[in-house]
Write a protein that binds this ligand. Structure first.
Ligand SMILES: *Cc1c(COP(=O)(O)O)cnc(C)c1O
Length: 395
């Protein structure tokens, strides 16, 4: 009797046994490391951290983070304490910052137990860490300070940051190791807010003398050396997403998503396909039915017809199979998606083939745009029903 691996949310993240999986996700750790190195060259002499929140943008933080560590990455950012706890198990030595703040006194022991550094982004965070951020020996535990320079999401105002710096210089209550801010429009190189945020952050970083400073996400790294400061914090570019609007994507594709063909069927011109009968066939059509749908994160908005978004963005999603792009037909459903594979000819696609939904041939940014969203959301919505395989990464 063979053993069937079933999905568990375990450290290996390899999901479902490939023989019984409806879709498969391949993560190329060599491409990830190449992306890390490219970002290092662009950001130098600044160091480059890895942003691995949301399970490394859906690709599996327990596999992605050690690959980055082996490439020389020593500093990691997660959003939530729970993510930090999981990352600590994979990387005992890393510096781990938790972006979303302290979560109050009840969460403080979790930070202590796993040596996580909160990014303090409000007066409440500062008070919490002043009260609870102490080692048994009476020394304050390290943290980061987040200063808002135009995002209005998290962070002290520059005025609060000045006041804090002056106070803390006297009391020594906290030992910040990093001062950071976050760009709102880094992907739009011409946006005037970029320069304003950089100037505002420069003034703030000066008052935190001797402490590392960090402003740039993926996009910021491409805005030039003025934006590099001491530490860059890329996420999406590591995972192959296009870091800025327009032009060619300098990053290598890291994630490839493929769906299994479970039926090939023929339909006549004039018939319709999928829910709502919106996919009206203009010709005799060969339909490949794949075992992946919106429950797997292949958004319903990728439908070729019958969803409101198609009025704004005329084309839906495309797959890629045997050297050709093939359009989604009608609505994407929960567990199944239809592709029009007529142009591949009668023997073109057979049951058991795999159709690429994004990867080397359909960039993840394109697949996301067809669903009215961005690569970030496409990757972080990847479902739990895939077989996941990791290639490369020398270990
Ligand atoms: C998510 C995030 C990043 C990484 O952003 P990318 O655009 O994916 O490079 C960096 N800094 C902060 C504060 C973030 O929330």
């Amino acid at each position: 009797m063979s053993e069937w691996k079933t999905f568990t949310h375990d450290a290996a993240h390899d999901g479902v046994d490939p023989r019984i999986a409806g879709g498969r996700l391949t993560v190329d750790l060599d491409a990830l490391v190449e992306n890390y190195r490219l970002l290092q060259r662009r950001a130098a002499p600044a160091r480059v951290a890895g942003v691995v929140k949301a399970d490394a943008y859906g690709l599996g933080a327990s596999r992605v983070s050690p690959a980055l560590w082996r490439a020389g990455c020593r500093t990691f950012f997660v959003a939530l304490p729970q993510e930090g706890i999981e990352l600590r198990a994979a990387l005992p030595q890393a510096d781990i910052y938790v972006l979303n703040g302290t979560f109050g006194p009840e969460a403080a022991p979790a930070f202590a137990a796993h040596r996580l550094m909160p990014v303090l982004g409000s007066q409440a965070d500062i008070s919490c860490w002043e009260a609870f951020g102490w080692n048994d020996g009476g020394t304050p535990r390290p943290c980061a300070i987040h200063v808002d320079t135009g995002m209005n999401r998290l962070g002290l105002t520059p005025e609060e940051a000045h006041a804090f710096a002056a106070d803390n210089a006297l009391t020594g209550a906290l030992t910040p190791r990093l001062v950071m801010s976050h760009l709102a429009c880094g992907d739009d190189a011409g946006h005037p807010l970029n320069r304003r945020q950089r100037e505002s952050f420069q003034a703030v970083s000066r008052i935190f003398d001797g402490i590392e400073s960090s402003l740039s996400n993926s996009a910021g790294i491409f805005l030039g050396p003025d934006f590099a400061f001491d530490l860059a914090r890329p996420g999406i570019a590591l995972y192959g997403g296009q870091p800025f609007d327009g032009g060619d994507n300098p990053m290598r594709a890291v994630a490839t998503l493929e769906a299994r063909v479970v039926q090939v069927r023929r339909a006549r011109a004039g018939e319709t396909a999928s829910y709502g009968a919106h996919g009206v066939l203009s010709r005799d059509t060969v339909i490949a039915v794949v075992s992946t749908g919106y429950a797997d994160g292949y958004h319903r908005a990728s439908s070729f017809a019958g969803v409101p978004l198609r009025r704004a963005v005329p084309a839906g999603g495309h797959g890629f199979v045997h050297g050709r792009r093939v359009p989604v037909l009608g609505r994407v459903t929960m567990d199944l998606t239809l592709f029009d594979v007529t142009d591949l000819g009668p023997e073109g696609v057979t049951v058991g083939d795999w159709i690429e939904l994004f990867g080397h041939n359909v960039p993840v940014d394109e697949a996301a745009a067809a669903a009215g969203t961005i690569s970030y959301e496409m990757l972080t919505s990847l479902g739990r029903r895939y077989h996941r395989r990791y290639v490369g990464g020398d270990g």
